[in-house]
Design a protein around this ligand. Structure first.
Ligand code: FES
Length: 96
């Protein structure tokens, strides 16, 4: 028997809302991946926002350099969602 702390990462699911719909994703899923999964499950295209000229935009780099994955997260605008892990209760908006 040992008193060593359990250093394993938490597992399980996270519950969040994307554009008002409840979603469940595995722990440590990025918000960008959650949005992509959410859209794919509804038969929507990979782009999850529009440019000022109306062009569809979506994640390209997955590492924070292209800024194409921006969305509103818990009221904060222009969040690069590829850099943010999902948390319980998070509210994500891709529609402005
Ligand atoms: S996908 Fe490029 S910054 Fe997020």
């Amino acid at each position: 028997m040992t008193d060593a702390p359990d250093l394993r990462p938490p597992t399980g699911e996270v519950r969040l809302t994307i554009d008002g719909e409840v979603c469940h994703v595995p722990f440590e899923t990025t918000v960008a991946a959650a949005i992509a999964e959410h859209r794919a499950a509804r038969g929507l295209g990979p782009g999850f926002r529009s440019s000022v000229t109306g062009m569809s935009r979506g994640p390209l780099c997955g590492m924070g350099t292209c800024f194409e994955c921006r969305a509103r997260v818990d009221g904060r605008v222009l969040v690069r969602t590829c850099l943010v892990p999902c948390r319980d209760g998070m509210e994500v908006r891709t529609d402005g």
